[in-house]
Design a protein around this ligand. Structure first.
Ligand code: GLN
Length: 484
């Protein structure tokens, strides 16, 4: 049962081959047995899951319900969940039980989805290896001595290990796509504004987007469709109808123009990864696509631009954690200042503090123009590069990450090297574009991801291109040893 896709589980429930309660019990059993070695979950909501599953079974018995009724999934612990611990993997929120549901959680609940629990992540989604979590690192099921990627590393490890059939994630600079690449999953970050950020704990508000990690493009289409759409509670949410992403998966790709991003094939990209990405390009050629080399000259400036903009926004967003209103409060404060400084000093981890300090610096008088305003200008240049590229091609294709999963601890002492993991993913966030990662091969048993980037609101085209590739290949069906 655990190797089924969401679509497969849904079909099984509809055909009464098994009930939602049976599937849910099966996954809860696997979580109990396999999660201790992976550390993919922060909270498992077994009782609530079984109650939701029983309710879903009644809906199905009454001949009602939709494609997601009774299907279990996991939520990244950045999404607020009513009555359930919501930590963002920080000591700061280690006692925070949310009084409301994020819009994503609410929409999926309304679609009949069962929540198995909340997945581990980098603290406040800051990281690329899931090693900054206050709850400890997550292990990659393909090799337990390696990282699963981050920041949605718990979601990725849970789905790859088949202890959850799918999971939500968030992507500010690559946090859905990079872990998807490192664990052989399909991950999609939609257009900025497509999915509501209400109740999704803010890291860098102009970059953050919710999305999904799944076993294939069909499941991604199903889940993304259910969680997308306008939300009056998020002022950056876009009021545009959500198409049925599953309806266009089988469109032929004949005649589409695929751009090969020249800047993504330079130094820093492992040769073995490059060769698998080039093999994938050949698959697209066989499917009738025309390959065109495209250059985005400002794209190499993505990482430095991001590491001004994201910390600036995070320093502002995280100022709400003051030890007074919610979250961690230090013991016996001497006075108000002591309460603020010790609560924040004790509640935040090292990487979060590094970002807050960087952000406060680039926003300070005297440096604001030199760093923050400059970064905003470069961000616009990067956006303009993408706009020019999409005047020539339908999609852009390249690697998702420069290397396969690295050893735990290998990059923790070197933040700059860690930041370079997102060298290929950050551009799409700066420009607000939809982008996804799909498995395109293995190097010494470790997965490699292919990245597809589309113009604004081209999610259907991306999912279509991913699905067509997955009809020709079997990489996405591989299961790590010991988890089949
Ligand atoms: N690794 C990047 C960072 O640490 C991106 C994280 C993310 O997308 N949430 O900021």
């Amino acid at each position: 049962m655990h190797t089924l896709t969401l679509a497969g589980i849904s079909a099984g429930i509809k055909a009464r081959r098994f009930s939602s309660v049976e599937v849910t019990q099966h996954f809860l059993g696997r979580i109990e047995r396999l999660n201790p070695a992976l550390n993919a979950f922060i909270t498992v909501t077994a009782d609530q899951a079984l109650a939701q599953a029983a309710a879903a079974d009644q809906v199905v018995a009454a001949g009602k319900g939709g494609p997601l009724t009774g299907v279990p999934i996991a939520h990244k612990d950045i999404f607020c969940t009513d009555g359930v611990l919501t930590t963002c993997a920080s000591k700061m929120l280690s006692n925070f039980v949310s009084p409301y549901d994020a819009t994503v959680v609410r929409k999926l609940k309304e679609a009949g989805v069962v929540m198995l629990g909340k997945t581990n992540m980098d603290e406040f989604a800051m990281g690329s290896s899931n090693e900054t979590s206050w709850y400890g690192p997550v292990k990659n099921p393909w090799d337990l001595s390696r990282v699963p990627g981050g920041s949605s590393g718990g979601s990725a490890a849970a789905v790859a290990a088949r202890i959850a059939p799918a999971a939500t994630g968030t992507d500010t600079g690559g946090s859905i796509r990079q872990p998807a690449a490192l664990t052989a999953l399909t991950g999609i970050k939609p257009t900025y504004g497509r999915v509501s950020r209400y109740g999704m704990i803010a890291y860098a508000s102009s970059l953050d987007q919710g999305g999904v990690l799944t076993l294939n493009a069909e499941d991604a289409a199903l889940l993304l469709g259910a969680m997308s759409g306008f939300d009056e509670r998020d002022s950056t949410s876009v009021d545009l109808a959500v198409p049925d992403y599953t309806a266009t998966l089988n469109q032929p790709l004949k005649g589409i123009k695929v751009g090969i991003l020249k800047e993504f094939f330079g130094k820093g990209l492992e040769a073995t990864t490059e060769s698998l990405v080039r093999d994938a390009l050949e698959v697209y050629e066989r499917l009738g696509a025309t390959l065109v080399e495209v250059s985005l000259p400002n794209l190499p400036l993505s990482v430095p631009t991001y590491y001004v903009v994201a910390p600036a926004e995070c320093s502002s967003n995280l100022s709400r954690f003051d030890g007074v209103r919610f979250g961690y409060s230090c013991a016996e404060p001497k006075d108000l200042l002591d309460l603020y400084t010790r609560s924040r000093g004790e509640g935040f981890g090292a990487e979060v503090k590094r970002r807050i300090m960087t952000g406060t610096y680039v926003l300070s008088a005297g440096y604001y123009d030199a760093y923050y305003i400059k970064a905003q200008k470069v961000r616009q240049l990067i956006s303009d590069d993408f706009k020019r590229a999409f005047a020539q091609v339908d999609l852009l294709v390249g690697p998702t990450a420069p290397t396969t999963a690295f050893e735990l601890g290998a990059k923790v002492d070197d933040p700059i090297t860690m930041y370079l993991n997102d060298i290929y993913t950050i551009g799409a966030n700066l420009a607000g574009l939809p982008a996804m990662s799909i498995p395109c091969g293995f190097v010494e048993g470790l997965p490699v991801g292919l990245q597809l980037i589309g113009p604004h609101f081209a999610e259907a085209k991306l999912l279509n291109a991913a699905h067509q590739y997955q009809q020709q290949t079997e990489w996405h069906r591989r299961i790590p040893a010991g988890y089949a």
